[in-house]
Design a protein around this ligand. Structure first.
Ligand SMILES: C[S@@+](CC[C@H](N)C(=O)[O-])C[C@H]1O[C@@H](n2cnc3c(N)ncnc32)[C@H](O)[C@@H]1O
Length: 280
């Protein structure tokens, strides 16, 4: 059973991502007018008010160096991977552990694409309530599927919500795998492997070396991270579960691909990586 702390990680991720919207437009890695509006209370005030935002970013970069930068880069990398996956012929999208993900509201390529968002029931209710006041744009075609991955198989929950597994699908699994048990995480990958050929999994993972490193023990324990994947063996692990690894990006790749062309020098944590894998 996912704990309250795990559920709250969705608000943490949304807060970290919201900083990017206050970067000058030409320098931004992604544009998200909705995300900051889903926040309430102190996080909302913190990102909106310049002095508070600057002081909080500096403090966060001392407590969790590079986390804000990593969140912005991973969001952009996943946006790009989703756009590529749709251009490659995928026709629907599933977001596993969607939290406060705003892609359905902000990526133009998703306007004509059915989207299923899966997360804990209570989290989804909070999100839908926040969205109703945060955006007056036409509500995109999102089906919310409440689920606890620890108890309910994903395939059955999605089928009951009208999802057709024969249609090529891009699946986002962002910032979630580390919160699951190994068997839940592997079952998730197996679910994706069972989708139509050409479907694509876009996901983040924590390298096993980070989970095992005593220097990160406090972070790992505080954030309740359980499961990592061995970076060197990722291709083999995915292949054994039925997927072909296409791309595996870390902080150095983010800097070269996204930050250096914009002349941005921000700290980027390497505690998490982003990968793309295709269904054979
Ligand atoms: C760190 S947040 C990431 C949210 C979003 N994907 C993002 O990157 O902004 C992790 C998400 O996984 C969800 N989650 C974790 N364990 C879960 C479980 N057992 N069942 C359903 N959702 C779960 C949490 O509720 C939360 O929304």
């Amino acid at each position: 059973m996912a704990t309250r702390r795990v559920r709250n990680t969705a608000f943490g991720a949304a807060t970290f991502k919201a900083f990017e919207q206050y970067t000058p437009a030409g320098q931004r890695l992604f544009d998200d007018p909705v995300g900051p509006r889903l926040l309430s209370g102190f996080p909302a005030a913190m990102v909106r008010h310049r002095l508070l935002r600057t002081a909080s970013a500096a403090l966060m970069n001392r407590i969790a160096p590079g986390l804000i930068g990593a969140m912005a880069c991973r969001t952009r990398a996943i946006d790009d991977a989703v756009t590529d996956a749709l251009a490659a012929g995928n026709r629907q999208m599933v977001i596993l552990g969607a939290g406060l993900d705003t892609r359905a509201h902000r990526l133009p390529v998703l306007r004509q694409v059915p989207v299923w968002e899966l997360d804990l029931d209570q989290l989804q209710r909070s999100k839908v309530a926040a969205l109703s006041t945060a955006t007056d744009a036409a509500v995109p075609a999102v089906t919310y599927v409440p689920i606890d991955f620890a108890h309910t198989p994903i395939a059955g929950a999605l089928a009951a919500a009208g999802f057709g597994a024969a249609v090529p699908t891009v699946v986002i699994w962002e910032g979630v795998s580390q919160y699951l048990s190994r068997s839940e995480a592997d079952a998730t990958i197996r679910f994706v492997a069972g989708l139509a050929s050409g479907s694509r999994l876009v996901f983040t993972y924590v390298p096993q070396t980070v989970i095992d490193d005593p220097r990160h023990a406090r972070t790992v324990s505080r954030l309740q991270w359980h499961t990592g994947y061995d970076q060197a063996a990722l291709g083999t692990v995915l292949s054994n579960l039925g997927l072909n690894l296409v791309e595996d990006l870390g902080a150095d790749d983010y800097r070269a691909r996204y930050l250096e062309p914009l002349g941005r020098e921000i700290a980027v944590s390497d505690l998490e990586r982003m990968a793309v894998a295709d269904v054979r």
